[in-house]
Write a protein that binds this ligand. Structure first.
Ligand code: PHE
Length: 497
């Protein structure tokens, strides 16, 4: 019943585009450029590429192997390795689910800004416009203020968009990604081309890329590089496992992984030109250093960029393009997370596709309302910090540990190579057994220790307990309970078959 509803990619291109769509996201335009500049410019790119080849690509190949060779969404793939491990798959997709609850809210901000762009509604003070008018931001995380209706409306539209994009699973996604991947690429190229023609653009680029080689000796740059690689490749949330499970049996996993990883890296690199060219221009206008106007994350997109747009020729058009780019970049990352979760639910409970989509979206939407309140930005920031580092490092660690040490790694390598033109050598075993787990556990521990010493973002301890540790505890407990269900479902299926 549920099995017959499983959909496959319409072509290899569709799979590659969908995975690229998941990988390229806000991380490429508002995280990578900033991190790159902060950690040594051109030198960071070296660290990034090293991390990508040593840990990122091996982990991506591993996730593809779990999904396509072992077969199934994250919970099922892990349950098939051993019933002891089903919970790891659930943990990955539960963390992914929590991420979608706020990812969609960020998209709602972008959707609102898309509308504002037409009239440059942010006016001459984009900062107070964002904080006061758009977010209705309160003075503390304990003070929820009021729900912002325009954000809720945006959120509803985003969820409808997400559900429609995955309506029949990979079958629908196969069509959607032709637009949601190419549109942001085209816009990005347009923005870079326009940006580079502005006065002082190259001052900005110089800031972005001038290598500070001595940085390569600092551990922080490596920590930043590994984190960015994992985050950007969308590994650790069960997304790539689910996506690979919709591939036909004879797929070339290695080649696909390379194409996806390199496209993602290239997009991030080009994203930097879009950001730094206009920052150079803006710093020139203000007569200050580029460093002074550099921001990352929401502030870059929703305050600095609008501010700069005010000074640009073709202002409303640039705004529309920019926020349309953010939206189309984010949508396929958002629905990939939802799809990874929905696939896990369907394969465990045998539920129907349409109903599962709607149920998951409705629950995520309701949770998301918290982020549309006056304290929303605080909670979003806090939850994001915990979910990402935990998802990336704890799940990445567990995945590599299981495949590296509790299964026949060599056999999995052979399974991967069976249909791959470029074969992976024994180095992959080394990466999976040592590099990925060591890098992940070091990053996990240093994050945890960091938080224990100093609460993240200066939020009060109780907020940290609720938005961080409690949420993670819920994820772990649910994962254990649901993992048992997955094992049961597999038993029933094998006794039927
Ligand atoms: N890779 C996305 C980005 O760079 C973020 C993301 C992570 C999306 C995990 C889905 C899953 O923005």
């Amino acid at each position: 019943m549920a099995q017959t509803e499983k959909a496959y990619w319409s072509s290899r291109t569709a799979f590659i585009l969908a995975s690229i769509g998941s990988a390229i996201g806000l991380g490429n335009v508002w995280r990578f450029p900033y991190i790159c500049y902060k950690y040594g410019g051109g030198a960071f790119i070296i660290a990034y590429l090293v991390s990508l080849f040593l840990a990122g690509i091996p982990l991506l190949i591993l996730e593809f192997a779990l999904g396509q060779r072992i077969g199934g969404s994250a919970p099922v793939a892990f349950a098939k390795l051993s019933k002891k491990f089903a919970w790891i798959g659930w943990l990955a997709i539960l963390v992914g689910f929590f991420i979608t609850t706020y990812y969609a809210v960020i998209m709602s901000w972008a959707a609102n800004y898309l509308v504002y762009s037409f009239k440059l509604s942010w006016g001459s003070d984009p900062k107070s416009f964002f904080f006061d008018k758009v977010l209705g931001l309160t003075d503390s995380i304990a003070n929820f203020g009021s729900i912002q209706t325009h954000l809720v409306i945006g959120l509803i539209i985003m969820w409808v968009w997400i559900v429609l994009s995955i309506w029949k699973g990979a079958k629908t996604v196969s069509k959607v990604v032709y637009f949601t991947v190419t549109i942001p690429w085209l816009i990005l190229i347009t923005l870079v081309t326009g940006g580079l023609t502005l006065p002082n653009a190259f001052e900005g680029i110089k800031y972005y890329l001038t290598p500070k080689w001595s940085m390569l000796l600092k551990p922080q740059i490596w920590q930043a590089a590994f984190t960015q690689v994992f985050f950007s490749l969308s590994v650790g949330f069960g997304v790539m496992i689910a996506y690979a499970s919709f591939l036909p049996p004879k797929s070339d996993l290695v080649n696909n992984a390379m194409i996806i990883a390199l496209s993602d890296a290239a997009t991030a690199y080009v994203g930097g030109f879009a950001v730094f060219s206009v920052l150079g221009y803006y710093a020139g206008l203000q007569g200050v250093e580029v460093a002074k106007v550099m921001k990352s994350g929401p502030e870059l997109a929703f305050i600095t960029y609008p501010e700069i747009i005010n000074h640009l020729p073709l202002a409303p058009l640039v705004g529309v393009l920019f926020f349309l780019m953010l939206l189309t970049l984010a949508i396929d990352s958002a629905f990939s997370l939802v799809e990874g979760f929905v696939a896990g639910v369907m394969e465990t409970f045998g539920t129907r596709r349409g109903r599962t989509n709607i149920f998951v979206a409705a629950v995520a939407f309701l949770i998301g309302i918290i982020y549309t309140t006056g304290a929303g930005l605080y909670w979003l920031d806090l939850v994001d910090h915990y979910m990402t580092f935990f998802g990336l490092f704890a799940v990445g660690f567990l995945e590599a540990l299981v495949v590296g040490w509790f299964t026949d790694t060599e056999k999995i390598r052979e399974m991967i190579n069976a249909h791959s033109i470029v074969k992976i050598g024994k180095w992959w075993n080394v990466a999976v057994k040592f590099l990925v787990p060591i890098a992940s556990i070091v990053l996990l521990l240093s994050s945890v220790i960091g938080i224990i010493i100093k609460p993240y973002g200066g939020y009060p301890r109780w907020a940290e307990l609720v938005g961080g540790w409690l949420l993670l505890a819920i994820a772990v407990i649910l994962a254990i309970i649901l993992g048992k269900q997955t094992v049961k479902a597999l038993k029933v299926k094998s006794s039927e078959g």
